[in-house]
Design a binder for this molecule. Structure first.
Ligand code: THU
Length: 139
């Protein structure tokens, strides 16, 4: 039986979250991408004693996708702890934009399930993206 695609993303992000390296914030995040190759790629936040060098879960998932051969993000789920919505930071919104269309679903989850279903365009309106650098600069 085919698993529900959102459930598969949730499970992948939750399993990833358990591996987060977060000695400073104690705020573990897992992210999971469904890519154009049909695979799911996960990532975690990896912090550093030199604080600004820490990387977000979304960045890890994108790196895993690129290494695995995926080139487009069909959907991304971000799972964080606590009560507040764990929405991607500004930098990660731009990282996602590189590989995703404006209508790409961005699912925000907590420990027990999906809390919000957004789109990339809602999180990053009027985004600068690869098309801006194409000849003619068309959208
Ligand atoms: N963090 C993520 O990995 N993704 C998000 O969407 C929000 C924040 C991480 C960065 C840092 O390691 C910790 O959460 C606290 O900001």
């Amino acid at each position: 039986m085919t698993r529900d695609p959102i459930e598969a993303l949730f499970e992948a992000a939750k399993a990833a979250q358990a591996q987060a390296y977060v000695p400073y914030s104690r705020f573990p995040v897992g992210a999971a991408i469904r890519a154009d190759d049909g695979r799911v790629y996960a990532g975690v936040n990896v912090e550093n004693a030199a604080y600004p060098l820490g990387t977000c879960a979304e960045a890890g998932a994108i790196a895993a996708m690129v290494l695995g051969g995926g080139r487009r993000i069909e959907a991304i789920l971000v799972l964080g702890p606590g009560e507040a919505l764990c929405t991607p930071c500004g930098g990660c919104r731009q990282r996602i934009r590189e590989f995703a269309a404006p209508d790409c679903p961005v699912l925000i989850a907590g420990p027990t399930g999906i809390r919000a279903r957004l789109t990339l365009a809602a999180l990053l309106p009027h985004a600068f993206g690869p098309a801006n650098l194409a000849p003619g600069g068309a959208a």
